[in-house]
Design a protein around this ligand. Structure first.
Ligand code: FAD
Length: 333
């Protein structure tokens, strides 16, 4: 791939959000490149739940079908990692006609694009306890909407790790009446204890030593003092961070105080040629909502390019830049 290769839109990340955007933009006859590092967030899970008409499909299958669909519209797919993004020409917030970006890839090449959509997802930070990482997405779970039905009515545990853990336990109670809250490193207020008790959730105080696994199944939780509680699945609320650190900050995109990029409702960031969609902008997004956000961003990006193409055509025909009032009236997706 030569450095001069130029696309209408480069999409960084080929998960549900990125591929949905690519589908819309490919069908809009745009020249699109998707660069994907191949590590979607839900890869450890055997099944993807809650996606209407695809409930239970393996996550890898959804993406394989998606890649085939977008390739059918001429979208190019590259297996690589974007290491940095650079703005190489101007535009302004009102009329970003000439905005262009250069994307540097881990493989050593670079590509240019008029607009960039970042859909790189998040990384989940789970406690560093023996046995825990290997069970992630199998019987060490975080999202009851993704996994709750599959473990309904079973003896479940919830690991207390942060301020939201009690609320998490109250949520999990919706799927089973046998829930044990392991306080672990969290400190509970009297009111929190009363709320857990009122819902029949057992509270076990004391630090957790490890998740116990036998015959490739989680069988319980062992505390530092030696106690063992039999459980068949344990929920934990991970720390969630946009992935990878700093990719959007390099373009001056504003972030909120949790570290997530701020966007308008189409996914446009404070850099007018850069959009973000899916988990990287909204950590709560499920696969179906990440896909929807990618689709909405794609429509806004195409509208923006139509506007830019028209502005350029007007300038070429009349040697004029579009006036500010015209520009302000322009649709923004
Ligand atoms: C264990 C687990 C199970 C889950 N189960 C479900 C479920 O059953 N149902 C459900 O709706 N949701 C589920 N989710 C949530 C689901 O994973 C997310 O909603 C979804 O993956 C978000 O899609 P996305 O496109 O935003 O990000 P992702 O799917 O994470 O895709 C991001 C892509 O970008 C790539 N990437 C990252 N950085 C770069 C870079 N610098 N350059 C190039 N590519 C890059 C990644 O490798 C990845 O392929 C689950 C999550 C977890 C952790």
């Amino acid at each position: 791939m030569e450095t001069t290769k130029r696309y209408d839109v480069a999409i960084v990340g080929g998960g549900a959000a990125g591929l949905s955007a690519a589908l819309v933009l490919g069908r809009a006859r745009r020249r699109i490149l998707v660069i994907d590092a191949g590590a979607p967030r839900n890869a450890p899970a055997a099944h993807m739940q809650g996606f209407l008409s695809r409930d239970g499909m393996p996550p890898s299958e959804l993406l394989a079908v998606g890649r085939e669909e977008v390739a059918g519209y001429g979208v190019e797919l590259v297996d690589d990692t974007v290491t940095s993004l650079e703005q190489i020409s101007g535009g302004d917030v009102c009329s970003p006609v000439e905005v262009a970006y250069r994307l540097h890839l881990a493989g050593g090449s670079a590509v240019d694009a008029r607009r960039v959509l970042v859909t790189t997802g998040v990384s989940d930070h789970i406690p560093d306890l023996p046995g825990i990482r290997e069970r992630w997405g199998r019987d060490l779970l975080h999202c009851p909407y993704c996994h709750g039905w599959e473990v309904r009515d079973e003896p479940l545990g919830v690991l207390g790790t942060n301020a939201g853990s009690v609320q998490h336990a109250l949520l999990i109670r919706q799927w089973s009446s046998d829930v044990t809250f392991f306080a672990h490193t969290s400190e509970l207020t009297d009111m929190e204890c009363r709320r857990l008790d009122a819902r029949g959730i057992t509270v076990v105080f004391g630090e957790v030593a490890r998740i116990v696994v036998e015959d490739d199944r989680l069988t319980g939780v062992e505390l530092v003092d030696g106690r063992f509680m039999a459980r068949t699945a344990v929920f934990v609320r991970p720390g969630i961070h946009p992935h990878p650190d700093g990719l959007l900050a390099g373009l001056g995109c504003h972030h909120d105080d949790t570290g997530f990029v701020t966007t308008d409702r189409t996914g446009r960031t404070s850099n007018p040629g850069v959009w973000a969609a899916g988990n990287v902008a909204d950590p709560r997004a499920q696969v179906i909502t990440a896909a929807g956000a990618g689709s909405a961003a794609a429509i806004a990006i195409n509208n923006d390019l139509v506007q830019a193409d028209t502005d350029r055509a007007v300038r070429t025909d009349h040697g004029l830049a579009p006036s500010r009032p015209q520009c302000e009236a322009a649709p923004r997706g």
